[in-house]
Design a protein. Structure first.
Length: 133
């Protein structure tokens, strides 16, 4: 693991959340992107070396909609940057972590991603991400 890449926050209304976080962080989002495979629209903010990803579901049965229904709006996941996602997936699987996908998937912000099941990480959804070169 190289560093915390971003913190993902599930929101019901992306526009309202962008306005709120723009005021909070003192700068507007720098990127908005739809990830159809995850039924989500994302919005990224940068503050210093840190990033916040807001996530709004595009489908009432998408993963973000289900998370909000179950736990309400708020922190959804923490993402860690890795140098070699496949090697990190193999290492974590060997350590006993349950991965939510067997192969990395294309995620937002030009990343390959893989998620670790919260049951394997004390209730925290962990995302591994590697920049696509």
């Amino acid at each position: 693991m190289i560093r915390i890449e971003h913190i993902g926050i599930a929101v019901k209304n992306l526009q309202a959340a962008e306005e709120l976080y723009g005021k909070l962080l003192g700068s507007p989002c720098y990127k908005r992107e739809e990830v159809a495979s995850q039924a989500v629209i994302t919005s990224f903010f940068q503050t210093g070396p840190n990033k916040i990803e807001l996530l709004e579901s595009t489908s009432p049965d998408g993963p973000i909609a289900k998370a909000i229904e179950k736990r309400g709006e708020g922190i959804h996941h923490i993402a860690f940057e890795v140098a070699d996602i496949r090697a990190e997936m193999a290492r974590l699987k060997a350590e006993g972590f349950a991965l939510l996908n067997d192969e990395p998937a294309k995620g937002a912000d030009n990343k390959l991603v893989c998620f670790i099941h919260p049951k394997s990480a004390n209730g925290v959804l962990v995302e591994l991400c590697q920049e696509i070169r």
